[in-house]
Design a protein around this ligand. Sequence first.
Ligand SMILES: Cc1cc2nc3c(=O)[nH]c(=O)nc-3n(C[C@H](O)[C@H](O)[C@H](O)COP(=O)(O)OP(=O)(O)OC[C@H]3O[C@@H](n4cnc5c(N)ncnc54)[C@H](O)[C@@H]3O)c2cc1C
Ligand code: SF4
Ligand code: SF4
Length: 442
Amino acid sequence: MQEESKIFDTLVIGGGIAGQETALSLAEMDYQVLLVEKDLSIGGKMIQLSKVFPTLDCAACITTPKMSETARHHNISLKLNTVIDDIRKNGDGAFEVTITEKPRYVDPSLCTGCQECEFVCPQVINDHYNYNMVGRKAIYIPFNLANPKIAAIDIDNCIHCMRCVKACAPKAINFKEEERKTTVKVKSVVVCTGFRLFPGAGKPDYGFGQYPNIVDSLQMDRLIAPTRPFNSVVRPGDGKAPENIAYVLCAGSRDSGIENKECGGGCFNNPICSQICCMYSIKQAQLLMGALPMADITIYYIDIRAFGKGYEEFFQQSKGMGVNFVKGKVAKIKENSNGSGDLVLQYEDIHSGVYKEAKHDMVILSVGVLPENNVTGMFSNEKLELDDFKFVKQKDPFLNPALTSIAGVFVAGMASGPKDIPDSILSAGCAATEVATYLKTV
Ligand SMILES: Cc1cc2nc3c(=O)[nH]c(=O)nc-3n(C[C@H](O)[C@H](O)[C@H](O)COP(=O)(O)OP(=O)(O)OC[C@H]3O[C@@H](n4cnc5c(N)ncnc54)[C@H](O)[C@@H]3O)c2cc1C
Ligand code: SF4
Ligand code: SF4
């Protein structure tokens, strides 16, 4: 095990928008930041999105300048493809952190991002960035706008044919690379680990995974993104352009009960309001009206929670554009028995109290958010407390939203509960200020 001699002012865990903003704010104050990201690039969920509500700005156009600044800032040390094994608080108040950098099998100092290796690699597997709707190679750049833009080998799917080695002019590929364990000392920690998307299959009555023309909302954000996998919006089942699209809101949000837990038969109960689903569905509906001008779009909702600045106006704008809103709780989705691949929605019309059916040719489940479940196990001699819904517990959500149960450990972004991008950025600014105040005391 190596030991890093440099003592960092703070460790930021997670390189999504909240982690980047926290790291940059502290780096600009001249603090030394170690940013650890488990994936091959920083960016988090935001770099997968199409446009953002309520301005419809291109998500990549907003987030890539911040990604570049984060990756290149002289006060930020970036560790990608890295997991935190252990965080231990010492008697002196500082933290000893053990990290493992997983092998990339490509030397970052030599790789030019030319993709010649990708072109010759014969192994095609599902592309997670595009939600498995298209393929990628065993050697790959995580996505077009990845930062840094360096290839990596998915060793579990590599057949060691060595074609990439022959194709790589700068000789960047190194199959002998091994994982590296390092211990490093930091004075504070900010948890920015974000969220998990509610799995569509967690609502078995909705047929996600069973019927191909039912997708989830992140798949739809990919289908309408400027960096989309296909050149137009198509149904996964048969490649047909959809003409009558349905959104099912609160699919994995606002379930009865007070805990998020398994409820048998693959079902999952998530009681919280995920806060972002109403708005991202309205955003997608507006974008779809541009992409498919002849399509009908219906949003089935319990309530529309348009709580942020400009959000109510954005909702009204979508009504004006012709999006059809139905106050109805969807009970079940089945495939039409005529072999068309179309879907039949059974729902209760809340205004009339009448049980109804409607046919659509594509359905989007507006799935909710769940906490990342990999956070508490990192802390070995202190307890990072969680709230009732298993998000990181804020010491006081109103007065000290960035403080956690451990002195010197802070939280920002979705790690402490559902937030949209503006609120994630605000919480990151709050966490950075709290860290700076704390660092004056240690
Ligand atoms: C379909 C969809 C559409 C959306 N559209 C919009 C929109 O239009 N406008 C808007 O304002 N918001 C939108 N959002 C919400 C937006 O995605 C979130 O607000 C934002 O991503 C939260 O950022 P974050 O950094 O907290 O979390 P994340 O984006 O989840 O980033 C967390 C990062 O931490 C990393 N990480 C996790 N665990 C570890 C670990 N143990 N060690 C190291 N790294 C770790 C992850 O790999 C990831 O990079 C949308 C969300 C969805 C699902
Ligand atoms: S590994 Fe080599 S061939 Fe592949 S992108 Fe990097 S420099 Fe190009
Ligand atoms: S050695 Fe592996 S990564 Fe390289 S071209 Fe062959 S299958 Fe692809």
